[in-house]
Design a protein around this ligand. Structure first.
Ligand code: FNR
Length: 353
């Protein structure tokens, strides 16, 4: 049996293989509600054989949406549509997960296929919030620096969103602390110039993440797993880096986080990123070795043999797959055929090979 199709036990959760659908915004929601598009999109990838489906960045507050078309989970009314998605994903043998997010200073943007830039006044823009009043692009409307009371409200919003996510049937809660969104903005001094307990030292800059984990953890039982996505490096001088990520990983493991999903970049527009095959994998590898956390690698992982090698050489435990699963929802079934000659197709598709 290949490593890619070996199951992974996390508490009471059995993940049937190591392929995780990476969270990917669909920009298809009205007022945060899931609809038929989300149902078909996610269920198709579950039928395609992914072990875990992590639903796209789902905003814990309306102002935490990247765009007005992001999914949201800031009110109980959102639960009903999510329940349909999670139930059907599970029927097809995949574990449903959700990425809980707040976009911070990168909120209030238009849709990516229309340029994706910050909305202007008169285009239904809203005021963004961040640790400090520093815009992402110099031309952007600067975010408002959060008060301590504002930070507390956001921590509570993550807790409430977790409770709603569990009611909705998600088994994995992934906190989005990557890609230059709100939690990430607190981590490096480049975007966090605060002088209160949320700025300055490493302990202070990481405090918001730990406060969120502390607020969420009491709601996590053995049937639910807590994951965090980070950017292991900002790829810029003075930014967040791998050594700090390792330090963070060790601490969040002690707090009860089970999986670290290791991405990179997104904090500043001027980063020089050496994009190539496996370019983010060494980060996952180092964090895995140093922390003992279950670790996911992501970024340009597209071939079954490539994934198999990463697992076989113990560079990571999970393979997060993004765009490949947009191009080919049945990639996991095809990969099983390639590696093991196994027919993992659903009964209805048994004659597909
Ligand atoms: C993304 N990505 C992303 N990441 C994240 O943490 N939350 C999100 O909601 C999104 N949204 C999103 C939308 C789209 C259309 C794309 C293509 C990407 C990043 C994604 O999860 C992944 O990390 C990258 O795409 C790199 O992996 P691949 O695509 O090379 O496998």
């Amino acid at each position: 049996m290949s490593k890619l199709f070996t199951s992974l036990q996390i508490k009471d959760i059995t993940v049937k293989n190591r392929i995780v659908m990476s969270p990917m915004c669909q920009y298809s929601s009205i007022n945060g509600f899931a609809n038929e598009w989300h149902y078909i999109h996610y269920v198709t990838r579950a039928i395609g054989g992914a072990g875990v489906i992590i639903q796209e960045a789902t905003a814990v507050l309306p102002e935490g949406r990247i765009s007005y078309a992001d999914l949201g989970i800031w009110k109980d009314e959102h639960i009903k549509e999510f329940k349909k998605i999670t139930a059907t994903i599970q029927e097809h043998g995949a574990i449903p997960g959700i990425q809980l997010a707040h976009a911070g200073r990168k909120a209030s943007c238009g849709l990516p296929n229309k340029g994706g830039v910050q909305l202007k006044e008169g285009e239904h823009a809203w005021l963004t919030v961040a640790p400090s009043s520093i815009p992402f692009y110099a031309v952007d409307n600067p975010p408002s620096a959060l008060s301590e009371a504002g930070i507390k409200d956001i921590i509570t919003a993550f807790k409430d969103a977790t409770i709603r996510a569990i009611k909705s049937g998600y088994k994995i809660i992934e906190i989005h602390a990557a890609h230059g969104y709100l939690i990430h903005e607190f981590l490096p001094p480049l975007t966090n110039m605060r002088v209160d307990k949320y700025g300055g030292s490493f302990e202070n800059r990481t405090r918001i993440l730990f406060d969120i984990i502390d607020a969420v953890c009491p709601h996590i039982n053995n049937e639910i797993s807590l994951w965090v996505r980070i950017s292991a490096t900002d790829w810029v001088e003075g930014g967040w880096d791998l050594n700090q990520s390792v330090q963070l990983a060790k601490l969040i493991k002690e707090k009860g986080v089970e999986v670290l999903d290791v991405s990179a970049g997104g904090l500043t527009p001027d980063a020089n990123i050496p994009v190539s095959v496996n370019y983010q994998v060494p980060f996952a590898n180092r964090i895995r070795e140093a922390s003992g956390l279950i670790t996911g690698a992501v970024g340009l992982l597209t071939e079954a043999s490539q994934m198999e090698k990463l697992l076989d050489t113990q560079q990571c435990d999970l393979i997060f797959v993004g765009r490949k699963l947009l191009r080919d929802p049945y990639f996991p079934i095809n990969a099983a055929k390639e590696l093991d000659s196994l027919n993992l197709s659903p009964d209805q598709y048994y004659r597909m090979f």
